[in-house]
Design a protein. Structure first.
Ligand code: SF4
Ligand code: SF4
Ligand code: SF4
Ligand code: SF4
Ligand code: FES
Lengths: 844, 158
């Protein structure tokens, strides 16, 4: 039984209402369907009582009260529709409208504006004010006070009703301080802090919550009226958080994306990548027809020709050398249907296990690696983060990798008083929130975790302490002092963290791509596993390696990997009447095999390994050796350049399907527009090839849904067993010539290789930069924006430098999202940590 | 017999008298298309778009005319001009769908769209009935439509 929550009972409009203690009068009224107009109230923000439109009359109180900031008390008698209330609302509206312009015909909010609606419902239809309205004019040359406060946000102060929702959400929810209120009285102004721009990854939300047209964003601005659009339910196709979206479309164009609040996942906030990422569907340069390589050129062809050629070639290879000489890579941003069809095509028709969805990570394991898989398939709930009192974030720039998980962590820390610890090789934005931001020497994470386990075990008494001996035998380093020394962190900090974890009631351990992308992933996973054992996490929290892309989880659960868990394999075998016995190859080994001419053909759907796979040299050589490469994508990429057949792929706004987010929740998204040009959705492409090759994959849509469901019913993995894994830390040799650790990461406003095509996202960042810390910049005399040359053992790159105040150690971050910058050329496949030297380039 | 006499001597002259009487009156028939009739002030013919004194568009592409249109005859696409104002990049009326009800004129908050007195626009090609913004701007009458003033006055009262 849940603890009995104290309740209060009050009367609203003659009805008895019982609500939990602490509820406001407004929420109590809403809970029984009584509407009270609001402007400044927002379900996720603390009430401020700024607008006063939510007046209600409460018996025994002499004046009208603002319902959004008044707590419901036992025995209150509230009236929301009395004459006095109506008068009050009228007066408030008249007051708000004193200086409000008559902009409705030009204002983008017209038709969905709270002020319009409330004035229509509760206001008076005339003004008693005779004087000229106060006008904010910033630039004389424009008619309106329209002024960009960020790359994508236009502010019109005249329309602002000073509800402060934008400023409050920015601070309370997003932790940004780039927007504020300046001046006072009727010349109060919402503006950016001096020298700042509103360009955080959450900036689009401010537009969405503005109740009037004071903040508008440029994709929607002036283009369409809201009542002409239709709304389509969608799910974001970028990171694995799986935010729910609404696409607003008319005819064959999407005009904007807003959130579709889902309290379990996103709480109504989405990041800008999800908000503006839809734009990549309809910009110039989309591939609209299949291309076939003839001589040196790729020439346009029909679908029949292209599919026919693919089927013929695949059959040739299969007959001559076997299906195992064909490999497949598919993007984890494809829907579940496409992933399942892909796997079925390879396994039932080509009899090959060479499929993978991971094209960005080094040295992927062929085999099931127990601790790693256990952590990637561990159950994890975003909403449970806020119930934890201690949160440990390991190996991820969380705000970038999982913006919405970051917001939950923020909420847990700021509103519920949770303690956050971060453990990263460089400083990140989550550091602002944390009790201790631990920055370890790159490549020493498992040493630190070992130290932590030992520290914890030594602190434990009785049975736990027995474990210390066992741990000491199996771990290396095996004392806190040694571990601390290896990681470059003081022992005291390590012990503090151990103490915090020991005394915690509920713990969330969030692990990110700096672990899953590292060749040492198995050792780190084992160390984290030990931590969960020592902490007895089965009973007091959750720990998981979060999957990265929108459907990475789907790919794992549906088996788009070379080797599968026994249960999954069994299921597939019985479902499909057979399963190839041969061993499969992961991306890494596929490319290796191609280089050795053991793999002849590759079918790539939506992925761009040439630009993303670590070790650009390696992947380029491998792909050049292939006899036959088929690449399906939205645009021409480095990978399509190497293809024998290029197929135009539809984006996710042009098709419907399902994504499985990092929690394992399957969510459906609908098509908003028709496929652009002659492009086809991934699933259709695979089915077309299969039909031509041997025969259809699925009898009908029901069959695919049924197979999907059966696979998802396979329990991914049991909970953590109670045994300690062996973890020995081995140091990687550092070449003296290449001193600085390099991390190839996503740019804040980008995800994957296509978002640079979105006009809005390009407005935030359009080219790759080398991010370095101020101290490193000073040491090497590099200024912001000046060109630097990066050299690693395998490659060179010249790029502009960006001095990031966030960083404080000597690491180098470079973004992987831009086609002009092949950051993977600097990476080495077998190195755990890539290292480069950095040289300032003087102007030529 | 009596009937015949009555017809010949009374009814026939009476009839001819009426005919003769009208022979000398001014005819009501208009020799269209040589002669054209003056339309009533509130006649609703071909649309036109008004401009401000300085020649800039009055229409801001608010879409209210299209929303009011019972025939769904109006299509528009908005954009932003150099001054940061909203304007109609495309504004089209399908004259074949239009039922000349004048709702668009009444809905327009900017006094931009009006129905003029022009009624001669038959054609044998359907395509020319998509009336574009340029055509609507060119179609502006030299003399202001008198009813426009009435619309304005009415607006001011309410
Ligand atoms: S800009 Fe919008 S959200 Fe911000 S204070 Fe003004 S009305 Fe409120
Ligand atoms: S990229 Fe991730 S956080 Fe951003 S909207 Fe999409 S699912 Fe949400
Ligand atoms: S006159 Fe009537 S039918 Fe014709 S465009 Fe205007 S509103 Fe539509
Ligand atoms: S003609 Fe008038 S009602 Fe129609 S879009 Fe233009 S301003 Fe709006
Ligand atoms: S909604 Fe209550 S004061 Fe604004």
């Amino acid at each position: 039984m849940a603890d009995t929550v104290a309740t209060v009972t009050l009367t609203i409009n003659g009805r008895e209402v019982t609500v939990p203690k602490g509820t406001t009068v407004l929420e109590a009224a809403k809970s029984v369907g009584i509407e009270i107009p609001t402007f400044c109230w927002h379900p996720k923000l603390k009430p401020v009582g700024a607008c006063r439109i939510c007046y209600v009359e409460i018996e025994k109180m002499p004046k009208l009260q603002v319902s959004c900031a008044t707590e419901a008390m036992p025995g209150m008698v509230v009236n929301t529709e009395s004459e006095k209330v109506k008068e009050g609302r009228k007066a408030v509206l008249e007051f708000i409208l004193i200086n409000h312009p008559l902009d409705c015909p030009t204002c983008d909010k017209g038709g969905e504006c709270d002020l319009q609606d409330n004035t229509f419902a509760h206001g008076i239809d005339d003004s008693r004010f005779d004087f000229n309205k106060y006008r904010f004019i910033r630039e004389r040359k424009s008619t309106f006070d329209d002024y960009r406060i960020g790359p994508e946000i236009v502010r019109n102060q005249n329309r602002c009703i000073l509800c402060f929702k934008c400023v409050r959400a920015n601070k309370e929810i997003f932790g940004e301080y780039d927007l504020g209120v300046f001046q006072g009285g009727n010349i109060s102004e919402i503006d950016t802090a001096p020298g700042e721009k509103v360009d955080s990854i959450y900036s689009g939300n401010l537009v969405e919550i503005c109740p009037v047209g004071a903040l508008t964003n440029t994709d929607w601005r002036y283009k369409i009226r809201v009542w002409k659009t239709q709304q389509v339910k969608s799910v974001c196709s970028y990171c694995a958080d799986g935010c729910n979206l609404t696409l607003w479309k008319e005819r064959d164009k999407v005009y904007r994306v807003t959130s579709r609040r889902n309290d379990v996942i996103d709480e109504g906030w989405i990041c800008d990548v999800g908000r503006y990422g839809y734009q990549l569907a309809s910009v110039e340069g989309r591939l609209t027809t299949p291309l076939i390589k003839k001589g040196d050129k790729q020439v346009a062809a029909t679908w029949e020709e292209a599919i026919g050629l693919i089927a013929r070639k695949f059959r040739e290879i299969k007959d001559k050398k076997g299906g195992v000489c064909i490999g497949g890579l598919i993007s984890p941003q494809q829907d579940c249907e496409a992933l399942l069809a892909f796997s079925k095509f390879f396994r039932t028709q080509l009899h090959s296990n060479n499929i993978d969805f991971r094209t960005e990570y080094k040295m992927l394991p062929e085999k099931e690696s127990p601790y790693y898989s256990r952590l990637t398939s561990a159950s994890f709930r975003i909403a449970d983060i806020e119930n934890s009192d201690t949160i440990l974030v390991v190996g991820t720039n969380l705000i970038k990798e999982h913006p919405i998980v970051h917001l939950r962590v923020r909420k847990a820390v700021n509103q519920k008083g949770a303690k956050l610890y971060t453990l990263n090789p460089f400083t990140t934005k989550s550091g602002d929130l944390s009790r201790d931001e631990i920055v370890h020497v790159p490549g020493t994470l498992e040493a630190f975790l070992n130290g932590l386990c030992i520290g914890l075990a030594e602190k434990a008494d009785g049975e736990g302490n027995v474990r210390a001996a066992e741990l000491k035998a199996r771990l290396e380093p095996n004392t806190t002092a040694k571990a601390a020394e290896i990681c470059g962190i003081s022992e005291a900090r390590l012990n503090d963290l151990a103490e915090a974890l020991r005394s915690a009631k509920k713990i969330s351990i969030i692990v990110g791509e700096l672990v899953s992308g590292s060749p040492a992933r198995e050792a780190i996973a084992a160390a984290i596993h030990n931590l969960t054992v020592v902490l007895n996490l089965n009973e007091r929290g959750q720990a998981a390696i979060l999957s990265r892309a929108a459907n990475s989880k789907g790919a794992e659960r549906l088996g788009v990997m070379p080797s599968l868990s026994k249960e999954l394999q069994q299921k597939l075998k019985s479902m499909w009447g057979g399963f190839p016995e041969t061993e499969g190859r992961a991306t890494d080994r596929m490319i290796h095999a191609a280089k050795k001419e053991e793999l002849d053909a590759l079918l790539i759907i939506g992925a761009n390994p040439v630009a993303s796979f670590p070790d650009g040299q390696f992947v380029r050589e491998g792909l050049d050796k292939l006899d036959f490469t088929v690449v399906a994508d939205l645009y021409e990429t480095e990978t399509t350049e190497k293809a024998d057949v290029v197929l135009p792929l539809s984006s996710w706004v042009e098709q419907s399907g399902h994504f499985i987010n990092l929690e394992g929740t399957m969510q459906r998204f609908e098509a908003a527009i028709k496929p652009v040009g002659n492009s086809r959705p991934g699933r259709q492409i695979i089915e077309d090839i299969a039909r031509e090759f041997k025969g259809g994959l699925f009898a009908d849509a029901h069959e695919i849904a049924r197979e999907m469901q059966e696979l998802l019913n396979v329990e991914p993995r049991p909970s953590f067993p109670d045994a300690v894994a062996e973890v020995k830390f081995a140091e990687e040799k550092i070449e003296k010539d290449y001193p600085y650790p390099l991390f190839v990461v996503d740019e804040m406003h980008h995800f994957g290789h296509l978002t640079e095509r979105s006009r809005s996202l390009a407005a935030f960042a359009a080219e790759a930069q080398v991010e370095i810390s101020p101290s490193l910049a000073e040491k090497l005399q590099i200024e912001n924006g000046s060109l630097v040359r990066l050299e690693s053992e395998t490659g060179k790159l010249v790029l502009p430098a960006k001095i990031s105040e966030m960083l404080d150690n000597d690491v180098i971050l470079i973004s992987r999202n831009f086609s002009g910058t092949a950051a993977n050329m600097l990476q080495m496949r077998k190195k755990r940590i890539d290292r480069v030297r950095l040289i300032r380039v003087d102007e030529k | 017999m009596v009937d015949v006499i009555r017809t010949v001597f009374i009814a026939l002259p009476k009839g001819f008298y009426t005919t003769l009487k009208h022979l000398f009156k001014k005819p009501v028939t208009i020799q269209y298309p040589k002669v054209k009739r003056e339309m009533a002030p509130r006649y609703r013919g071909l649309h036109y778009l008004e401009v401000y004194e300085d020649g800039t568009d009055r229409c801001v592409c608010c879409g209210l005319c299209a929303a009011a249109c019972p025939a769904d005859a109006i299509y528009m696409e908005g954009a932003e001009n150099e001054k940061g104002e909203r304007y109609a990049k495309i504004y089209e009326i399908n004259l074949l769908r239009c039922i000349y009800c004048g709702f668009c004129e009444e809905a327009c908050p900017e006094e931009a769209i009006f129905l003029g007195h022009e009624y001669e626009f038959s054609n044998d090609n359907r395509d020319v009935f998509i009336f574009t913004k340029e055509q609507m701007l060119a179609n502006r009458p030299k003399k202001e439509k008198p009813f426009k003033r009435i619309i304005r006055r009415v607006r001011r009262i309410f």
